[in-house]
Design a protein around this ligand. Structure first.
Ligand SMILES: *Cc1c(COP(=O)(O)O)cnc(C)c1O
Length: 426
């Protein structure tokens, strides 16, 4: 960590001292934790479903009460009218992902948004039909991509290039991605990578990949389901054509809540770009003239289809306010420390007991460490659950632990490592 080196110690007293010195510590109080015998559980699955912000309920109730009292007038009246409701999230979202407000919108859900982006940015031709993605991409992304390739009359077997780790390795080598682009770039219509990879926790250099892809004439997009609210992103400067993410993982927006979309400014006013249209993407000034011809709004909003679900937006607003106050650079600084502390404690466990799949280089990962256990992983998971520690298990032997910096403490990490140590020794 640049200019920020901490000498970790494997003592409870040290973990407590780190928490006492943590400027983000008060944010923990802004969240509701599942209960474990009268104590808050230790929650390492914020990469699956983030915790509920305390204010979420009040914000949802506000929308319900406006509906109760105002009926349809709630679109224009009340503290947060529904008509522009999604715009209340735009500036915060732009700051979160390092984009201009014009480049982002909160809408739909991730897989839907991925399809909308593929419609616009995957334009295969016989000379350039391919999509480059990870062999280990999240299944929904694989299904979406294969269906789009087929939809255009191409062959997923032939036209999806899958990046796989070298034999015996768990993660991709950055130079292998660039080399594949160098070698096959002219056949590739679109590069689509998950950042962070959901299973291995590997993060990619978005700027380098975007540059290399564009040099070959490819379009490039990122699935930031595990990156938004986790990595410090600079989408505008890094330059991908689009990005999509969901808001129920690190972003704590609530189950099934709306996702986010980034479309780079260079496409903001390109009305000729093919897209699927709906009335909420139509120019705001003339939308209610109800004319027959679609005139897209400039920027990411031009991809909106429907008027959005306000109750979901309300819950998400509670979390986005916290991110905006804490700021992503500060969260990322704590996150590197927190995950670094977890790694430090893991390295002190008996040799051969656990293998960290996630890259050791903090630039190549976010909060999550994916751990492969040699000794009875299912029994270990039971012990973690019995200790009130929520983790995620991927059969047969991978446990993913994601200490989210908004609400996880160093003491949580210390206690997690303690359960592992007892399991290793018993
Ligand atoms: C969580 C996740 C999804 C989930 O998609 P939804 O459409 O929100 O259900 C998709 N892709 C990746 C990479 C994910 O991690």
């Amino acid at each position: 960590m640049s200019g920020d080196v901490v000498r970790f110690e494997a003592s409870e007293e040290f973990a407590r001292r780190m928490d006492a010195e943590d400027a983000l510590r008060p944010y923990r109080e802004e969240f509701l934790f599942p209960d474990h015998g009268g104590e808050p559980a230790i929650y390492f699955v914020g990469n699956s479903l983030g915790l509920q912000p305390r204010k979420a309920k009040a914000y949802v109730l506000e929308a319900l009460e406006d509906w109760e009292k105002l009926g349809v007038e709630g679109h224009f009246r009340g503290a947060h009218p529904w008509m522009p409701y999604h715009e209340f999230l735009t500036e915060q979202t732009a700051r979160l992902v390092g984009a201009h407000p014009l480049e982002v919108v909160v809408m739909n859900t991730l897989s839907v948004n991925l399809h909308l982006m593929l419609v616009s940015f995957y334009r295969p031709t016989p000379e350039r039909p391919k999509i480059l993605m990870e062999a280990g991409a999240f299944p929904s992304d694989q299904y979406a991509v294969a269906s789009q390739v087929r939809f255009h009359g191409f062959d997923p077997e032939r036209d999806i290039l899958r990046l796989a780790p070298r034999p015996g390795e768990e993660t991709l080598r950055p130079e292998d991605i660039l080399e594949t682009l160098e070698r096959h770039g002219r056949e590739i219509a679109l590069v689509l990578l998950g950042n962070v990879n959901y299973l291995t926790g590997q993060a990619f250099d978005m700027a380098a990949i975007s540059r290399a892809a564009h040099k070959q004439g490819c379009r490039v997009g990122f699935d930031l389901a595990h990156g938004a609210g986790n990595l410090q992103l600079s989408l505008h400067d890094d330059g991908p054509d689009f990005a999509v993410w969901c808001s129920y993982k690190y972003l704590n927006g609530g189950p099934g809540t709306l996702g986010g979309v980034f479309v780079h400014e260079r496409h903001a006013r390109d009305k000729a770009l093919p897209r699927f249209a709906g009335w909420w993407g139509h120019d705001k000034q003339t939308r209610f003239q109800m004319g027959p011809d679609f005139d897209p709004m400039p920027g990411a909003e031009g991809w909106m289809l429907s008027n959005p679900p306000i109750l979901q937006l309300a819950a998400l607003r509670a979390s986005m306010e916290l991110f905006d106050r804490a700021t992503m650079p500060a969260l990322r600084r704590k996150s590197e420390r927190l995950t670094g502390y977890l790694e430090f404690l893991l390295d002190r466990l008996p040799p051969g007991f656990v293998r960290v799949i996630t890259p050791r280089d903090s630039k190549q990962r976010g909060a999550q460490l994916s751990l492969r256990f040699s000794k009875e992983p299912r029994r270990l998971l039971e012990k973690l659950n019995a200790a009130g520690i929520h983790c995620d298990f991927r059969s047969p032997d991978v446990i993913r632990a994601a200490p989210a910096p908004l609400y996880t403490s160093f003491h949580d990490v210390y206690r997690f490592a303690g359960v592992l140590e007892r399991h290793a020794r018993d």
